[in-house]
Design a protein around this ligand. Structure first.
Ligand SMILES: Nc1ncnc2c1ncn2[C@@H]1O[C@H](COP(=O)(O)OP(=O)(O)OP(=O)(O)O)[C@@H](O)[C@H]1O
Ligand SMILES: [Mg+2]
Length: 271
């Protein structure tokens, strides 16, 4: 049985959005490769916000790339909305640390690109683009090119571009890692609002424990990895039982931070 953020039991076949079942990934051949992750089990309810933290090399990006459909698992399975993941799809939007925008297209054209590829009529694609450009607060910049925007603004465009595909799941790999602290904190607040507004399921990989506790309903802690001699795996899942608006200076917030930090830094095999 799985528990939703509110503690209610989740029927895995109706409201579960992402089901990761004994996932394993080996890079390279059986006799010389690296078992990057093993036995990863995780069920994420529809609309849930899950953060994934863990030391470098524990396999966070590997799990996210498999979820995105960019590479296959070598064991186990993943399904999203009841359908097995076999490759990339617009219903799974991906945002990386580098924005990946097309520099020769304007903000509006970048955001309308996905809907156009889905063969939506031009007017409908433009409507979707404008709606999500507004969501990320960039309406005044719709005609600009990415090179004319700051890093934080470019990341906003990248988020709008993914949202315009109306994804069921948003997969984010250290999306704010390259931003200065102030911009990062603005975008965290904005992402939280967007999550409440769109009810999209989010899987968010980050090195920042504070960011994870601020954003997530549950924080998945991974440990292990090649340098520890054991494959990366989930060592603990911490449910963040705090209100939507979170006071990052409050005692409960800091208690969660300390607990997760201890888990992240625990030597693999001892947890
Ligand atoms: N394409 C690849 N080929 C071979 N090994 C790989 C490949 N990608 C990742 N690995 C290995 O798999 C393990 C997990 O890597 P991964 O990038 O998933 O870690 P991570 O948790 O995202 O780390 P970081 O926090 O540094 O981003 C590492 O040992 C890494 O060297
Ligand atoms: Mg990574």
């Amino acid at each position: 049985m799985t528990l939703a953020p509110n503690g209610a039991a989740v029927n895995e076949h109706s409201s579960a959005d992402v089901v990761i079942d004994r996932l394993g990934k080996r890079y390279g051949p059986e006799w010389a490769g690296v078992q990057a992750v093993a036995d990863v089990d995780l069920t994420i309810a529809s609309g849930e916000f899950v953060a994934v933290v863990g030391a470098s090399g524990c396999g966070k990006s590997t799990v996210l790339r498999i979820l995105a459909g960019f590479e296959p698992a070598t064991s186990g399975s993943i399904s999203v909305g009841g359908r097995p993941v076999t490759g990339p799809a617009p219903e799974r939007g991906v945002v990386f640390q580098d924005y990946g925008l097309f520099p020769w297209l304007t903000v509006r054209e970048n955001v309308a690109y996905g809907p156009r590829r889905r063969r939506l009529p031009k007017v409908r694609a433009a409507e979707l683009a404008d709606r999500f450009i507004e969501t990320v607060g960039l309406s005044r910049f719709a005609e600009k090119y990415p090179g004319q925007l700051s890093g934080g603004m470019q990341q906003r465009v990248a988020i709008a571009r993914v949202l315009a595909n109306e994804p069921q799941v948003l997969l984010m790999d250290e999306p704010f890692g390259a931003l200065d602290a102030l911009t990062r904190s603005d975008l965290q607040t904005e992402l939280k609002r967007i999550h409440v507004e769109t009810k999209t399921t989010v899987v968010f990989v980050t090195h920042s424990i504070e960011e994870a506790v601020f954003l997530a309903d549950r924080v998945v802690v991974m440990t292990g990895g090649a340098s520890h001699g054991v494959p990366g795996h989930i060592s603990r899942i911490v449910t963040i039982d705090l209100p939507g608006e979170r006071d990052i200076t409050g005692p409960e917030f800091n208690e969660y931070k300390r607990e997760i930090s201890d888990l992240v830094h625990a030597v693999a095999g001892h947890v």
